[in-house]
Ligand binder design. Structure first.
Ligand SMILES: Nc1nc2c(ncn2[C@@H]2O[C@H](COP(=O)(O)OP(=O)(O)O)[C@@H](O)[C@H]2O)c(=O)[nH]1
Ligand SMILES: [Mg+2]
Length: 449
C-alpha cells in the first residue's frame, strides 16, 4: 500500500462534466474538507454534495466513494463529477494539493492497481490501449487484453511449464534415485506443446501491430498517374493538390482513415522519374522512396490511358525489390483509351477511376484483407513489442531446451532453459518485472489513468 494520496483529472478536454479522481488513505478525509455537512458516503453510491472553497460555494457535484480494496486502485478512492469549468477543475485540484494530496504521475492509478493485485501488467496495458484505440479492430484487441483472456492463456502455459520443471527438479535432488525417471518423450511432448502455443501467439504480432498502429500504405507511381487523386478519393476530400502539371506533389502527404474498422495511414508521394526539375523535386523523390521503405503495402498507380514508359517499367523493378504486398492500381479507366499493359508484374491489379469512383471498393477491400489473419481463431493477438519480445525469448529458450533434450544432455541443463522460459512468461504478466521497467511502462500511460 502506498502512503500518499494522489489526485488527477481523469476526464478529457471539453464536455459538461469533469471527473477528478483521488486515491489513497486520505481520500475520504480530504473530501470532508470541502464539505460543510456530514454526508454519509456508502461505497459505490453517488451523493450530491455542495463543495466549499473556504466560505464560498465552489460547485455542486456528484461524489462517489469506493472503499478499499473494492476500487480501481485497490485503495480508498473518491471521484468528483464536477461541472467542467476550467476554473472548478483547476481549483479542486489546487485545493486537494494544498490539503496534502499529491498530483498523480502518468499511469500512477494503474500502477497502484497493478501493485495492489487488481490487475496484471497485460490487463493494465490492455486498458491503456483501450483508451487510445481509435477504431473497432484495435478496440477489440485491447479488450481481449483487458478482460484477461490473454493473461489466462499465458497463465495456463506458465502452469504447464512450472509443473514440468518441478517434476524435473525433484528428480535432480533425488540423489538416491528413488523416483521413477521421467521419459524424454514425455518432456518433449510437454515442451513441444507449450512451444506450439507460444508460436501461435508470436505469429500474430505482425498483424496485431498493424491493427494497433495502423497499416502504412505508400501510393507511388510516375508523375501524373493520379496518385494525389487516389489519396483524395480514398479519404473523401481534397487533401492533396491535383494538377495536370508533372511534379506537383513534392512533399509526402499523409492522411489517416478508417476502412472496414481498420486504421489505414495513406501516404501520397512525389512521382518518381529519371530527371527532377529542381532540388525540391529531387528531395521529394527521396522521400517517396523512404515512404516506400516504411510502408506495409504499396499501391503502384499507373495511367492506363498511356503507354508504359521506360521510367515506369524501371519503377516497377524498384518496387519489386521492396518485397512488399503491392497492388497495381490501373487508374483513369473512365477514359476510352487503354494502352498500358503491366500485367507482366507479379502483382494483383485493380482497375479504378479516381474520377468516377469505380473500382475503389475493391481497392479498399484489398487494403483491409492485408490485415485479416488466419492465426486468430479465438481473437487473441500480440500487438505490443515488449510482449512480443518476451514471448520470442521464451520461445528460443524452449527450442534450446528441446535441442539439449534430444542431445541427451543432463536434466540440469535443459531445466535451466525451461526456468528461463518461465521467467520470460512471468515478466510478460509483470510478476518478476523490475521496478524501473514498470516505471517506464506506466509512464507511457495517459494522465489520470
Ligand atoms: N480522367 C481521369 N483523370 C484523372 C483520374 N485520376 C487523375 N486524373 C487526372 O490526372 C492528372 C494528374 O493527377 P494527379 O492526381 O495530380 O497525379 P499525380 O501526379 O500522380 O499525383 C490530373 O489532371 C487529374 O485530374 C481519373 O481517374 N480519370
Ligand atoms: Mg501528386
Amino acid at each position: 500500500m502506498q502512503n500518499s494520496t494522489i489526485c488527477a483529472l481523469a476526464s478529457g478536454v471539453g464536455g459538461a462534466v469533469a471527473l477528478v479522481r483521488l486515491s489513497g488513505p486520505q481520500a475520504l478525509p480530504l473530501l470532508r474538507k470541502f464539505l460543510r455537512k456530514d454526508y454519509t458516503f456508502e461505497p459505490r453510491k453517488q451523493v450530491f454534495c455542495t463543495l466549499y472553497d473556504g466560505e464560498n460555494v465552489l460547485d455542486k457535484a456528484l461524489i462517489t466513494y469506493f472503499q478499499a480494496p473494492h476500487s480501481f486502485t485497490g485503495e480508498d478512492v473518491v471521484e468528483f463529477a464536477l461541472h467542467a469549468s476550467p476554473y472548478i477543475k483547476g481549483r479542486v485540484l489546487e485545493l486537494l494539493c494544498q490539503l496534502g494530496a499529491v498530483p498523480a504521475q502518468r499511469g500512477e492509478f494503474s500502477e497502484r492497481a497493478f501493485l495492489n493485485g487488481k490487475m496484471d501488467l497485460l490487463e493494465a496495458q490492455g486498458l491503456c490501449d483501450l483508451i487510445a484505440a481509435g477504431n473497432k479492430a484495435s478496440h477489440d484487441l485491447a479488450m481481449n487484453s483487458l478482460d484477461g483472456k490473454m493473461s489466462a492463456r499465458l497463465e495456463t502455459l506458465k502452469q504447464k511449464l512450472a509443473a514440468l520443471l518441478a517434476q524435473i527438479e525433484v528428480r535432480l535432488d533425488d540423489v538416491d534415485e528413488e523416483m521413477p525417471p521421467l521419459s524424454a518423450d514425455f518432456i518433449e511432448k510437454e515442451l513441444t506443446d507449450v512451444l506450439a502455443q507460444i508460436k501461435l501467439l508470436t505469429n500474430t504480432f505482425s498483424v496485431g501491430r498493424l491493427i494497433k498502429e495502423g497499416l502504412k500504405v505508400a501510393i507511388v507511381g510516375v508523375p501524373n498517374s493520379g496518385k494525389s487523386s487516389l489519396l483524395n478519393a480514398l479519404v473523401g476530400f481534397d487533401r492533396a493538390i491535383v494538377a495536370d502539371a508533372c511534379g506537383t506533389t513534392r512533399d509526402t502527404v499523409e492522411e489517416t482513415l478508417e476502412i472496414n474498422g481498420q486504421k489505414i495511414i495513406l501516404t501520397d508521394t512525389a512521382g518518381i522519374r529519371d530527371h527532377a526539375l529542381d532540388p525540391a523535386e529531387q528531395e521529394g523523390m527521396r522521400r517517396s522512396r523512404l515512404a516506400m521503405e516504411k510502408a506495409d503495402v504499396i499501391l503502384f498507380v499507373q495511367d492506363t490511358s498511356r503507354e508504359a514508359s521506360d521510367e515506369e517499367k524501371k519503377l516497377v523493378t524498384e518496387v519489386q525489390k521492396q518485397n512488399k504486398r503491392t497492388c497495381i492500381v490501373r487508374n483513369k479507366i473512365d477514359k476510352s483509351v487503354r494502352k498500358t499493359d503491366l500485367t507482366l508484374t507479379p502483382y494483383p491489379w485493380i482497375e479504378v477511376s479516381c474520377k468516377s469512383g469505380e473500382g475503389l471498393p475493391d481497392l479498399r477491400n484489398f487494403l483491409t484483407e492485408t490485415v485479416e489473419n488466419p492465426h486468430t481463431a479465438d481473437g487473441l493477438m500480440i500487438s505490443n513489442l515488449r510482449h512480443y519480445e518476451a514471448l520470442l525469448r521464451a520461445q528460443t529458450e524452449l527450442e534450446e531446451a528441446l535441442l539439449r533434450l534430444s542431445a541427451n544432455a543432463g536434466g540440469e541443463i535443459y531445466a535451466e532453459h525451461i526456468r528461463a522460459a518461465l521467467h520470460y512468461l512471468r515478466d510478460l504478466i509483470g510478476e518478476v518485472t523490475p521496478d524501473d521497467v514498470l516505471g517506464i511502462i506506466f509512464s507511457q500511460f495517459c494522465m489520470g489513468k
